[in-house]
Design a protein around this ligand. Sequence first.
Ligand SMILES: [Zn+2]
Ligand SMILES: [Zn+2]
Length: 82
Amino acid sequence: MRTQCPKCTWSPTPESEWVCDACGFAGNLLISVGECSECRHIHPNIYCIEWEGGCGESSLLLDWFPDLDEGLSELNIERNLD
Ligand SMILES: [Zn+2]
Ligand SMILES: [Zn+2]
């Protein structure tokens, strides 16, 4: 699925890594849709990786998936619409 920063449209690569807030494990949080593959902590916000060319701003996890509305039922994730 396509992923990009909603603020600057920077797109992560499969090698992009975020550090888990809970356990410090580094992994690609967008591939796992916000879930740390180590401790299962869910990250509701994902920051844009500045040192890979992004803007450094944090955005809601679901905003990183521009095609998500089509795939929502498929993924069985409910978007919070308020
Ligand atoms: Zn973790
Ligand atoms: Zn950005």
